[in-house]
Design a protein around this ligand. Structure first.
Ligand code: UP6
Length: 257
């Protein structure tokens, strides 16, 4: 288990966005990333306003929004500045470098104009990282090396090779999306771990959950991703505050252990 406080990890990070993120986490005492998987612009903005005070990252799947227009990302950016959190577009890029470059900067969503953080699969090799590298002053990549779903096809040798690849791009990489403590020797990389929900072990489509405490203390997460645990609650702000407190306390416990 990595035992450093978030601010003490800033000198180890080479990615400028990771440094900002670590500051936000300590200022807000929040290592909670919200998976804002809702279907309309209004729902997304309302959710961001309600939950904004309790999160360090708001994670989007912008391509599930049914009424997308550029005003949405403009407003989302405003809210993220006001509530001091970063926007992560969880696009999980997985194409050849050239196409990743186009998907990141062009099309309807123009992700590069609003998301400070993106996710990528490692399967492509270094090409997809090279494709977005010139933006690394203003961009952080979370590279996926493990997945939370049941019976996924990622092997331990894939995970190991993906981590080695990440090391070659430390200026660009904010962290790793994974399910276990894989890189305790690299305090400059942040571990982002999805699959977190109270009182549930999974959904009917392969998702697997652990508790906030387990994800930080056993799985090694530095930042935990919570989606339906918050979005489906009757009082979403209250649910976010609860997850925020549990996750923060668990990290403090880990540092002191
Ligand atoms: N996510 C996972 N598992 C992974 C990677 N990403 O669940 O290995 C993402 C999903 C979703 C969120 O794309 O947006 O995390 C989880 O949502 P949930 O808490 O509602 O299950």
């Amino acid at each position: 288990r990595l035992k450093l406080q978030y601010t003490d990890r800033i000198p180890f990070t080479k990615n400028p966005v990771a440094k900002r993120l670590l500051k936000i986490i300590s200022e807000k005492q929040s290592n909670l990333c919200l998976a804002a998987d809702v279907l309309t612009g209004t729902e997304l903005l309302n959710l961001a306003e309600e939950v904004g005070p309790y999160i360090c990252i708001l994670k989007t799947h912008i391509d599930i929004i049914e009424d997308f227009n550029e005003n949405l990302t403009k407003h989302l950016k405003d809210i993220s500045q006001r509530h001091n959190f970063l926007l992560l577009e969880d696009r999980k890029f997985a194409d050849i470098g050239k196409v990743v470059q186009l998907q990141y900067t062009k099309g309807v969503f123009k992700i590069s104009s609003w998301a400070k953080l993106i996710t990528q699969h490692a399967i492509i090799g270094p090409g997809a990282l090279q494709a977005v590298k010139q933006n690394s002053e203003d961009l952080g990549v979370f590279l996926l090396t493990e997945i939370s779903t049941k019976d996924n096809l990622i092997s331990s040798s894939y995970t190991k090779a993906a981590l080695e690849m990440a090391e070659g791009f430390s200026h660009l990489i904010t962290g790793i999306v994974c399910q276990s403590p894989l890189f305790l020797d690299k305090p400059g990389f942040l571990q982002l771990t999805p699959g977190v929900k109270l009182n549930s072990i999974g959904d009917s489509l392969g998702q697997q959950y652990s508790s906030p405490e387990n994800v930080i203390l056993e799985r090694g997460a530095d930042i935990a991703v919570v989606g339906r645990g918050i979005t489906e609650a009757t009082d979403r702000a209250q649910a976010a505050e609860k997850y925020r407190n549990l996750l923060w306390e668990a990290y403090q416990k880990r540092v002191e252990m």
